[in-house]
Design a protein around this ligand. Structure first.
Ligand SMILES: C[S@@+](CC[C@H](N)C(=O)[O-])C[C@H]1O[C@@H](n2cnc3c(N)ncnc32)[C@H](O)[C@@H]1O
Length: 275
């Protein structure tokens, strides 16, 4: 069952608004990952923590009707809505399953992807080992994680800090000193899972908000909702006002804000079978 306070509980509650408030964000991040994975027609692809299909849809389009695209997510509402959204693609299956140990046959996928998922898991190294075992020999794995954050975005996030329990303090990256703090740390995770040819591609992705209100709406629409929910209800209006004031002070004259976030795509492959 989905624990209401765990990540999947929050993602269940945001599923209806996730990636749907007019701010292209998860799509561009997933698109970068899909481009690097270079899926070919007919391949079997698994997207772990598929959410609303930001990566699953382009992966399914790349593999085409001759292939297979499986999405798994622990949040039942994400699965329900994504299965509905992708019902036009017969190669797609979406199911509730746990990224920590997917109940899928070993060596059954050519490609495994997970966009913005690994840092939510309590033991990322163990999860990656499980994911690597789902690949056929020579199969490719790719993940996206966050790199450095725009200083202005960090200041906005910091307004939540006084309210946050320890577990949420670094929810975006799992820490400035842990494996997600550097390219090398994430690469080492993939190498520790037995993957080879590990490489990292990085780029700044910009989130553009029409005005401070849209920024607040965006903050409620995805995993950051967990931060809002940690704020006592009677203090939320006050926090909202402070976010809007700070956003206004860094917006342009029309109220528009463009905030950058470095995104890191890390790729590796299961060693090919020796003949
Ligand atoms: C930040 S969202 C990313 C969703 C999607 N990959 C995208 O790029 O938009 C993280 C997703 O991971 C899922 N998730 C978190 N913990 C999970 C777990 N243990 N097993 C499966 N999915 C999980 C959440 O439900 C959520 O849909």
């Amino acid at each position: 069952m989905t624990h209401p306070e765990g990540p999947a509980g929050v993602f269940d509650r945001v599923a209806d608004t996730y990636d749907a408030v007019g701010v292209p964000w998860f799509g561009p991040i997933a698109a970068g990952l899909v481009a690097e994975l270079d899926v070919r027609p007919g391949e079997r692809v698994l997207d772990i923590g598929c959410g609303r299909g930001a990566a699953l849809r382009p992966l399914a389009l790349a593999t085409g009707p001759a292939g297979r695209a499986v999405g798994i997510d622990l949040a039942p509402r994400m699965v329900e809505l994504t299965a509905r959204d992708l019902s036009d693609l017969p190669q797609v299956t979406v199911a509730v399953d746990d990224a920590r140990a997917p109940r899928l046959p070993a060596s059954s996928f050519d490609v495994v992807s997970a966009s913005l998922v690994l840092f939510f898991l309590p033991d990322p190294a163990a999860a990656l080992r499980a994911w690597a075992g789902l690949l056929v020999p020579g199969g490719r794995l790719g993940i996206s994680t966050f790199g450095a954050q725009d200083e202005r975005w960090r200041r906005l996030d910091e307004l939540f800090v006084p309210y946050l329990p320890q577990a949420l303090l670094d929810a975006r990256t799992s820490g400035r000193s842990g494996p997600f703090a550097s390219d090398a740390g994430v690469a080492a995770l993939l190498e520790g899972a037995g993957l080879e040819g590990v490489r990292t591609v990085g780029r700044t992705v910009e989130a553009v908000f029409r005005d401070p209100d849209q920024l607040v709406e965006f903050f409620w629409s995805h995993g950051q909702r967990a931060m809002w929910e940690a704020v006592p209800p009677e203090e939320r209006d006050n926090l909202r006002d402070r976010i809007v004031d700070l956003a206004r002070s860094i917006a342009d004259a029309s109220g528009r804000l463009a905030l950058g976030q470095e995104v890191r795509w890390t790729l590796g492959a299961r060693p090919a079978a020796r003949s």
